[in-house]
Write a protein of this length. Structure first.
Length: 347
């Protein structure tokens, strides 16, 4: 197993495997509308993080699935990252997870059984940390290793946190630092030192548990998690859902320290270019924002942080919640504003 490099068995890794947002929108536009299902509180309309279905006056079911190819070579770490990323969508809706099922696709003639077991053990360890059972799943023989979860959770119907409910004047708070995809690319090139790998694992295996507590705050108007479309892509979804604009201050962004130098060297996943191309005129950069900062804002984050749109008077309380649960990097990064649904980036 020591000679196996999982990242060499697949053409992409982590949330960088996602289809570019513009192409995904074209793929989804012919799907039938869900308006005939009044208990479906959240569907595909605003590209939200999970579906939400009202069960009764006190409970709504949150349902999501997420899976991808390896972003790291260690099988146990790959399983942990994939499971943390999948469960994050439950927290991003303000819910608490209750159950998970595994999605397993493995090249069984290429990958030793021991490695596959370690991947699944990593996923199970995260489910245990989240306090939920890994209750089953489905497996296939696949040409590339794929792992993830179906995750189910519960939330009060009145406490659902959508990505479309931001209000003008809201303050934007990001819970985790950026740079995951860049560190993953550096690792594949053999350039990532032990400290950089530690930063990568620490952030991608940290469960976004604070989302369930944010759901209790009326001043948290909108919530999402930052994954494959990068900070800019997921913020654009907030803007489009609320028909508002946003301004980001690049100098205030929390960044993984080890990713900065690699970003300045132009190292990063192909998803950066795909994401930037998809944004088009909907993202504008001040001339003072250098290319490396633009790239890190479009970097595909695997198991990234929560992005909250918060009433100004609630900012201190939200930051305190983040920090009490170990999100030391949580930072104010910008504001929502009236105007066209575009993102402006200043220094």
């Amino acid at each position: 197993m020591d000679n196996i490099r999982l990242t060499q068995l697949s053409h992409g890794g982590g949330c960088g495997c996602k289809i570019a947002p513009a192409m995904l929108a074209d793929m989804l536009k012919t799907l039938p509308q869900t308006a005939l299902f009044p208990n479906l509180l959240v569907g595909t309309e605003t590209a939200d993080d999970a579906a939400v279905y009202r069960l009764n006056d006190e409970q709504a079911l949150v349902a999501t699935t997420d899976f991808f190819m390896p972003i790291v070579d260690d099988p146990f770490d790959f399983g942990r990252i994939a499971a943390t990323n999948a469960i994050s969508d439950i927290y991003a809706m303000g819910g608490k997870p209750i159950l998970a099922l595994a999605i397993v696709g493995m090249p069984i003639n290429t990958l030793p059984l021991e490695a596959i077991q370690k991947i699944m053990e990593g996923g199970a360890s995260v489910c245990a940390a989240a306090g939920i059972p890994l209750a089953g799943g489905h497996s296939i023989d696949a040409p590339e290793p794929i792992y993830g979860l179906v995750a189910l959770g519960l939330v009060h119907p009145d406490k659902v946190k959508r990505n479309s409910s931001a209000q003008a004047g809201d303050v934007l708070i990001l819970g985790k630092p950026l740079g995951v995809g860049i560190l993953g690319s550096a690792m594949k090139k053999g350039m990532l030192a032990a400290e950089g790998y530690r930063q990568l694992i620490d952030t991608t295996t940290q469960l976004n548990t604070v989302g369930a507590d944010l759901a209790a705050l009326d001043g948290v108007h909108a919530l999402t998690d930052v994954t494959g479309f990068g900070l800019l892509g997921h913020l654009l979804e907030l803007c489009r859902g609320a028909n508002l604009g946003a301004t980001i201050e690049a100098g205030k962004l929390p960044l993984l320290p080890a990713a900065i130098g690699f970003a300045q060297q132009g190292i990063g996943p192909g998803a950066i270019g795909r994401n930037l191309a998809s944004f088009g005129a909907d993202v504008s950069f001040a001339e003072s924002v250098p290319d490396w900062q633009r790239s890190i804002m479009a970097d595909a984050q695997t198991s990234g942080g929560l992005l909250a749109s918060v009433a100004p008077e609630c900012v201190d309380e939200v930051l305190a919640l983040f920090r009490a649960q170990g999100f030391a990097a949580a930072s104010v990064i910008g504001r929502m504003q009236t105007g066209a649904p575009i993102v402006s980036v200043v220094q």
